[in-house]
Design a protein around this ligand. Structure first.
Ligand SMILES: CC(C)(COP(=O)(O)OP(=O)(O)OC[C@H]1O[C@@H](n2cnc3c(N)ncnc32)[C@H](O)[C@@H]1OP(=O)(O)O)[C@@H](O)C(=O)NCCC(=O)NCCS
Length: 76
């Protein structure tokens, strides 16, 4: 997820994520990857996403990423 810096901090991502999770309620889980030091980790955790694994060279450029999973069925 990425929001134009001019529009960050206005609650857009929180609203988009809320609607996205509601629309995919038929799925069993949602997963994503992000940098372990990205402030977005806390944002995703606030929806119930949990870090399930970390890879040190995820995209082959030497930078780490964490995989975060939201289990929809447990979240319901
Ligand atoms: C992460 C990102 C998508 C958040 O978008 P946003 O529309 O600004 O987020 P919101 O205004 O909905 O805020 C959601 C949460 O983000 C966090 N957040 C937003 N702005 C923040 C800031 N300047 N510093 C720290 N945390 C911040 C807060 O935890 C906030 O939670 P709250 O609602 O309890 O206050 C945005 O900062 C972004 O585009 N970043 C660059 C791209 C990126 O790194 N994306 C994630 C990669 S997976």
């Amino acid at each position: 997820m990425a929001v134009n810096p001019d529009f960050q901090g206005k609650g857009l991502s929180r609203e988009i994520m809320k609607q996205f999770i509601a629309k995919v309620s038929g799925a069993s889980k949602i997963w994503l990857v992000t940098h372990p030091e990205n402030k977005a980790v806390k944002f995703y955790e606030s929806f119930g996403f949990k870090i399930t694994e970390r890879k040190e060279n995820y995209f082959g450029d030497g930078t780490p990423r964490v995989k975060m999973v939201l289990n929809i069925t447990q979240n319901a």
